[in-house]
Design a protein around this ligand. Structure first.
Ligand code: ZN
Length: 85
């Protein structure tokens, strides 16, 4: 049985790369029994969806009057943050 710390690490890792079959099974087992980690996973998903929306808005919103290179820098920064969390 995973500890909550191990489970939350796996949840974070799963955003960067697919988990192994064994990791996935352990995580699912933990999530079935642990409300706290379920909430953590949901909050992380909400955060990610929000980040993606912001990124899409910046990329597509012509009303945002920024120099093109500034827009690109912001988008790149959001992309790299998304990967490191
Ligand atoms: Zn837990």
């Amino acid at each position: 049985m995973l500890t909550c710390q191990q489970a939350s690490q796996l949840i974070s890792q799963s955003l960067d790369h697919p988990l192994s079959w064994y990791e996935l099974m352990q995580l699912r087992l933990h999530l079935m029994m642990c409300g706290a980690c379920n909430r953590f996973r949901k909050q992380l998903n909400v955060l990610l969806v929000g980040l993606r929306k912001i990124r899409t808005n910046i990329e597509n919103d012509s009303a945002i009057q920024l120099p093109l290179d500034a827009k690109t820098r912001i988008v790149e920064k959001l992309k790299s943050n998304q990967h490191s969390q």
